[in-house]
Every structure is written in structure tokens, then in C-alpha cells.
Design a protein around this ligand. Structure first.
Ligand SMILES: Nc1ncnc2c1ncn2[C@@H]1O[C@H](COP(=O)(O)OP(=O)(O)OP(=O)(O)O)[C@@H](O)[C@H]1O
Length: 340
């Protein structure tokens, strides 16, 4: 990633936007490298759309600086910046009574683009809509309209594509279609900056993500964020509660602390939701979470100790945290802080 950041296409430095007394986002700094897929996450009202609108020259930031596609973000440079970028807001902004092709022809004219027919042909091919070129936009499903919106953004061969919630309101199949398009564009070297509320989408598509909640809360690869925020751990499930878990886990090499889901023993635990969570009270199973320095070294010790204690072990595995866990941990921290 360092190599990618050696060729930054978007540099944001202490950018702030206020509307009167309301702060949309504040003191935001980050860099996006050429060819990155960069996810911008945050709760409702976090300032994501306002950031996109600012970087896309649609509104003027209150303070701070940015360089977009190598050009300083200043009112005098807005036209030059817009030639190099494209923005798709939540609603694709199409003329419903015009056909797909007529819409694209309209935008080719608006942007004064040469070789319009060739551009339209390529854009339609990129989004697999060649055979719907003569259909009116009103007759298309929301998912297909979103694809027309994407085709529009491709007309000027943008260096940076800003997509504001491109899969909002789409069913899983249509959303998958948009994901495939984003992956295809990444393969062609287009930098993609997109906002989303779908954390699994961000996790699977993005090279890096930033979490915004008026200020930037964190930024990094999803895997790095998981490691920064959560201890490494093992999850042990047994068919029945251990008679004396402290005797089994306490003092084992590499095991820093343990906790039995639901009873809070064994010291503090920092975790969000986990796919393997099962307090098991109704089925008799019991789940133990162990904070360990190195799961590969600790796991054999733990298994030996469990066998020695004649425990009925159902599973021993590494605990996994998702980007959603990271997000919820950070955003919940903000909610708690605001209530203090
Ligand atoms: N034109 C405007 N005038 C006044 N306040 C605005 C304006 N645009 C946005 N805001 C405020 O700025 C804040 C950030 O809004 P923004 O739409 O950027 O958030 P968001 O993260 O995109 O939210 P969502 O996920 O709901 O789309 C909100 O408090 C919003 O009310």
C-alpha cells in the first residue's frame, strides 16, 4: 500500500465544512493512492456525502486544503477537476422519459466530450447495458438505473470515481452487479472512492477504509483495523460448562486472560459480535474466549489443558472480528462519549 500512496491521487488536509453553527465534518485528513478502492464509512449524518460533494467541487469547504487528481481544490480549478473526476450521488440523476442512450448523449454534450458515440458504446459495454440502450430510463429497474448512472460517470474516463452509496436500496443480486463493476473498474486502474452503509461490501471491495463520524475515527486496511482494535483470541466451545475454568486456562503459556460468555469472569473482554458466539445456556454448551498473544502457539497448550481436564470439547478456533465489529466498536464509543 505504501507504493500506492507514493502516487496519491487524492490528498485531503485538515478539511472542515460547517453550515452555520452545524459542523458537517471537521479536521479531516487522508490520502488515497492511484488505483485504490477506498471506502468511506460512517453513521447517518457523519459527513460522508458532504465530504464527497466538497471533493467533487459541488460545495466549498470552510477550511483546510485538498488536492484532487493532482489539482488544488479551489474554486478557480473546479472545471479542470471536474474533467478528471466523476461523481454518482445516491440518485443517479437521469431523465426518465429519455432512453438510456439519449441520456448518455445528453451528458456527452453537457461535458463537451469528443468522440461521444465511441464513449457511449464503451460505457454501455462496461456496465453490460448495450442491449437496453433504447429503453427509456423510467422502464428500468432501480438496479439497472444505477448501472446507467455508472455508465454516465464513465463517459469522461475519470481518474477518480466518487460513488455515494452506489448500492443503496438495491437487492443483493443488483448490489453484486455493482460490486462486479467496481472490481472491473479497479482492474482498469480507476481510483474509486465510495461511501456505504454496507460493511460487508466495504470489507470485500476496499483496499482501505476510513470511518468518519464528523471527525475521522480511523483509517486503514480492514485487516489492520481489526488487529488494532481487538486482541487476538481463541474461542473454545465445550458441551458442558467446565467445573473449574481458571484451573484449565489460568497460567497457561500465552493465555493473557479468559472469559466465559455471559458470566463476565476471567477479566475484561473487548469484543463485538462474533459469528461463533454462543453462550449456550439453553443447549448446555459453554463458550470461553481467551485473549492470547499468539493463537498458533497458544492453541496446542489450550487443547492439551482441555484434554487433561477431560472436557467435552466441541471446538477450538481463532476468534474472528469483522469490519462491522470495528465499526460498531468505534461508533458505539462515540455514542457513549456523547452521553457522558
Ligand atoms: N446543505 C446543508 N445545509 C445544512 N446542513 C447540512 C447541509 N448538508 C448537510 N448538512 C448537515 O451536515 C451533516 C452531515 O450530513 P451528510 O449528508 O454529509 O452526512 P452523511 O454521512 O452523508 O449521512 P447519510 O449516511 O445519512 O447520508 C448533517 O448534520 C447534515 O444535516
Amino acid at each position: 500500500m505504501t507504493a500506492v500512496l507514493d502516487d496519491p491521487v487524492l490528498v485531503v488536509d485538515k478539511l472542515t465544512k460547517t453550515f452555520g453553527s452545524r459542523t458537517a465534518y471537521s479536521d479531516v485528513s487522508f490520502t488515497v493512492g492511484r488505483g485504490e478502492v477506498f471506502g468511506f464509512l460512517g453513521p447517518n449524518g457523519a459527513g460522508k456525502t458532504t465530504t464527497v460533494r466538497s471533493l467533487g467541487t459541488l460545495i466549498t469547504p470552510t477550511s483546510g486544503r485538498a488536492t484532487v487528481a493532482g489539482i488544488p481544490l479551489e474554486a478557480a480549478n473546479a472545471v479542470e477537476i471536474r474533467k478528471r473526476i466523476a461523481i454518482m450521488t445516491e440518485a443517479p440523476g437521469l431523465y426518465g422519459r429519455l432512453s438510456v442512450k439519449e441520456n448518455l448523449q445528453y451528458f456527452v454534450g453537457l461535458y463537451h466530450l469528443a468522440n461521444g458515440e465511441q464513449r457511449i458504446k464503451r460505457a454501455l459495454e462496461s456496465v453490460n447495458l448495450t442491449d437496453r440502450a433504447n429503453d427509456t430510463c423510467n422502464s428500468l429497474s432501480k438496479g439497472l438505473r444505477q448501472r446507467v448512472g455508472l455508465a454516465r460517470t464513465l463517459l469522461n474516463d475519470p481518474e477518480i470515481l466518487f460513488l455515494d452509496e452506489p448500492t443503496s436500496g438495491l437487492d443483493p443480486v443488483a448490489a453484486r452487479g455493482v460490486h462486479d463493476l467496481i472490481s472491473g473498474l479497479r482492474d482498469r486502474g480507476v481510483t474509486i472512492f465510495f461511501t456505504t452503509h454496507r460493511l460487508a461490501e466495504a470489507e470485500s471491495l476496499c483496499d482501505r477504509v476510513a470511518i468518519l463520524n464528523t471527525t475521522l475515527r480511523t483509517i486503514g486496511k480492514p485487516s489492520e483495523l481489526r488487529e488494532q482494535l481487538f486482541h487476538k483470541g481463541l474461542v473454545v466451545t465445550t458441551a458442558a460448562p467446565l467445573a473449574d475454568p481458571e484451573r484449565v486456562f489460568g497460567g497457561l503459556p500465552g493465555v493473557e486472560s479468559w472469559d466465559n460468555d455471559g458470566d463476565g469472569r476471567g477479566g475484561p473482554r473487548r469484543t463485538g459480535s462474533d459469528a461463533s458466539t454462543d453462550t449456550g445456556t439453553s443447549t448446555g454448551t459453554s463458550t470461553y474466549r481467551l485473549a492470547v498473544s499468539d493463537p498458533t502457539l497458544a492453541a496446542p497448550e489450550v487443547v492439551r489443558a482441555l484434554v487433561h481436564a477431560q472436557a467435552d470439547v466441541l471446538s477450538v478456533g481463532e476468534s474472528r472480528h469483522s469490519l462491522e465489529d470495528v465499526y460498531l466498536e468505534l461508533v458505539n464509543e462515540d455514542v457513549e462519549a456523547s452521553q457522558r
